[in-house]
Design a protein around this ligand. Structure first.
Ligand code: ATP
Ligand code: MG
Length: 354
């Protein structure tokens, strides 16, 4: 990409307020089969009613423990998997209602980067073919044209283009992730789901790849859904963060607001698990009791009640909805932490680890 196009594509503040992806009560259940007759005996509620707007040009970080439904959410968002119910509107178009041809066209605008830089690249393909494949399929490019674009893309992601005739195993983990990123941006997409894109990398390489993604976002006006286990990984890159628990969002906030004063006890627990506490506020470490319940049989009432240090009777009976507790701050909790002090600036989590 030339500097000129980079500049014209740079996001403006007005753009950032526009919604790119609108998700309405999205659900994805997987049937559980048993026995010789393969009877359906239950359902894994991997994503269980998520409503969210992702704004143009923002990075939305999605965090939560293993198995809470993050990857499923990302895949259903891109229609790599069907939805059980609910809607995903990408630029106002209901993507699960598009026909195959319309969907193939839209695929150019939505891409995914996977966690595993070793498994996600075909080991038998040269790097230039891996990066060039989407151009061949979607743009019908070949020969010198494709080669020139591959060189450009490799430079853009910080790879030496003279190595394009090599195989992925000749590259390090961080470099492979750059190959995956080059491939993902080959068609100039608008929206990228990065599913644990840096989780398999060393910490130092992690920040290099995160910096690369941030640079590309600025230059290309990209919108990211950035999925990771822990809050510390998404902090640097995310404008807003959503915390997921057993298939549902329990808190959504601007990054710094969330770090300054989490509203949901689960967010507070995730924050308190970060080794270096933020200098302003020291959260007591909250050690969650018990295991994550099964998404096939989530607890009644608030799903988090079985592990919540602040649980009360209402939490066992009524399911809290994700709603605005403070301007721009959503939480699904009957007793958000702000009510334990005189507002978010005085939040104190006074639970002691066992
Ligand atoms: N294809 C599938 N068939 C059946 N169950 C599935 C399928 N894919 C995911 N699940 C189940 O859905 C739930 C959510 O899984 P998912 O992979 O989305 O979680 P995750 O938050 O991405 O976890 P991790 O952090 O480990 O990647 C899990 O209980 C998982 O076992
Ligand atoms: Mg996952």
């Amino acid at each position: 990409m030339t500097m000129e196009t980079a500049e014209t594509l740079e996001t403006t503040q007005a753009d950032r307020n526009r919604v790119l992806v609108e998700i309405e009560d999205l659900k994805k259940y997987f049937p559980i089969h048993k026995g010789l007759l393969h009877r359906t005996v239950g359902q894994v509620k991997a994503v269980d009613g998520v409503t969210l707007s992702i704004r143009k040009g923002e990075t939305f970080g999605l965090v939560g423990e293993s198995g809470c439904g993050k990857s499923t959410f990302g895949r259903v968002l891109l229609r790599l998997q069907s939805a059980t119910s609910g809607k995903v509107l990408f630029k106002d178009r209901d993507i699960h209602a598009l026909n195959a041809k319309e969907m193939q066209k839209l695929r150019e605008e939505m891409q995914i980067i996977f966690q595993d830089p070793f498994g996600s690249l075909n080991p038998r393909f040269l790097v230039k073919d891996i990066i060039g494949e989407p151009l061949r399929i979607h743009r019908n490019m070949s020969g010198k044209k494709i080669d020139a674009r591959v060189v450009e893309l490799m430079e853009l992601v910080g790879l030496d283009p003279s190595r394009r005739n090599r195989y992925p195993h000749e590259f390090s983990g961080g470099q492979r992730q750059r190959i995956g990123i080059a491939r993902a941006i080959a068609l100039n997409p608008q929206f990228i789901v990065a599913d644990e894109a840096v989780s398999a990398l060393d910490v130092s390489v992690q920040s290099q790849v995160i910096n690369l993604l941030m640079k590309l976002q600025k230059e290309m006006g990209l919108t990211f859904l950035f999925i990771a286990h822990g809050l510390n990984v998404v902090r640097h890159i995310s404008d807003r963060i959503g915390v997921m628990y057993l298939g549902k969002l329990v808190e959504v906030a601007e990054t710094e607001a969330m770090f300054a004063a989490p509203l949901h006890p689960y967010t507070a627990a995730l924050l308190s698990a970060i080794p270096k506490p933020t200098p302003k506020k020291k959260l007591e470490r909250i050690v969650l009791q018990g295991d994550v319940p099964s998404p096939a049989n989530p607890p009644a009432g608030c799903r988090f009640h079985t592990r919540c240090p602040f649980v009360q009777d209402k939490c066992r009976e009524q399911e809290p909805q994700l709603e605005e507790k403070l301007p721009g701050r959503l939480a699904a909790c009957h007793y958000p932490l702000l009510e334990k002090g005189n507002g978010p600036s005085t939040v104190q989590v006074s639970i002691h680890a066992k």
